[in-house]
Ligand binder design. Structure first.
Ligand SMILES: C[S@@+](CC[C@H](N)C(=O)[O-])C[C@H]1O[C@@H](n2cnc3c(N)ncnc32)[C@H](O)[C@@H]1O
Length: 269
């Protein structure tokens, strides 16, 4: 997707996004249950090491490699795995669009909010198909339509409440890429079979309104850039809009539970 943030800049601060993304793990990792004992699993665009580290905890028998194009993210992944006492995952700086791995060398390829979203999806899919061994599986979680992503959807509505329409960032690519047949088509063209697309749903919890608002403002990319350009008055009005929009997700104790969703694409070679 264009306008992708520079993950070299995010450093280990990216950890703050893990609670948002881990809701996708159950569905994503369930799609890889059939990976054989001691199987080799490749995590594309693993960032600070997910979901490779989570899978390593569940399946210590697997031989896991996480790759990411950002040196900063890979350094953070190595440090984080060490801190968590995980030593069974290799982390390498590598592009998922040009994998430095042998053909037919892995039993499964997985990715969470990386493959088919960042880089060149067609090249990533061809590379994933190439490195999978015959019968190998692919499972990729990607953001679906904008309405499934509460933080982006509500954040953009706040901007709409204070900016002229032409100054609100255009996120229509989110919906175009998530349309039926688009990403599954990319996988089929790359040679994957039994391609399926499912919706994963979970709840993202925040202790109070302030932590939700600061989370929305911390999402790097064009939405954050637009928030940063607002003057103090416009930002206060946007915040009030968010308080109204978030009210249905407020629980009795003052905490919030936001419905989240993404797409899970799966297939095999
Ligand atoms: C949204 S983060 C997801 C990180 C991790 N999978 C997670 O779920 O926490 C996307 C990651 O894609 C990486 N990335 C972007 N383009 C890439 C490419 N061509 N090859 C490999 N990684 C890439 C970024 O550096 C970033 O770490």
């Amino acid at each position: 997707m264009s306008d992708q943030p520079d993950f070299d800049d995010l450093d280990t601060d990216y950890d703050r996004f893990l609670p948002l993304l881990q809701g996708a793990d159950d569905g994503l990792l369930a799609a890889l249950k059939a990976v054989p004992e001691s199987g080799r699993v490749l995590d594309l665009a693993c960032g600070v090491g997910e979901p490779a580290v989570t899978l390593a905890r569940q399946r210590p028998d697997l031989r896991l490699t996480g790759i990411d194009i950002s040196e900063t993210q890979i350094a953070a992944a190595r440090a984080r795995a060490t801190q968590l006492g995980i030593d069974g995952v290799r982390f390498e700086v590598m592009s998922m669009d040009a994998l430095e791995l042998d053909t037919g060398s892995v039993d499964a390829v997985m990715s969470r909010m990386g493959a088919l979203m960042m880089g060149d999806p067609a090249r990533t899919a061809r590379e994933a198909a190439r490195v999978l061994t015959p019968g190998g599986r692919l499972a990729v979680a990607v953001w679906g339509t904008l309405d499934m992503h509460a933080a982006m959807r509500l954040g953009l509505r706040c901007l709409e409440s204070v900016l002229p329409a032409e100054e609100v960032p255009d996120f229509s690519a989110f919906d175009r890429l998530a349309a039926a047949g688009v990403r599954d088509g990319v996988l089929r063209e790359a040679g994957l079979t039994a391609v399926e697309s499912h919706t994963l749903r979970w709840t993202f919890e925040r202790a109070d309104f302030e932590s939700w608002w600061s989370f929305v403002l911390s999402i790097p990319g064009p939405m954050q850039d637009a928030f940063r350009r607002l003057d103090q008055d416009a930002l206060s009005r946007a915040r009030r809009t968010m308080a109204e929009l978030a009210a249905p997700c407020r629980r009795r104790d003052g905490s919030y539970a936001f419905p989240m969703g993404c797409q899970l694409l799966s297939g095999r070679v």
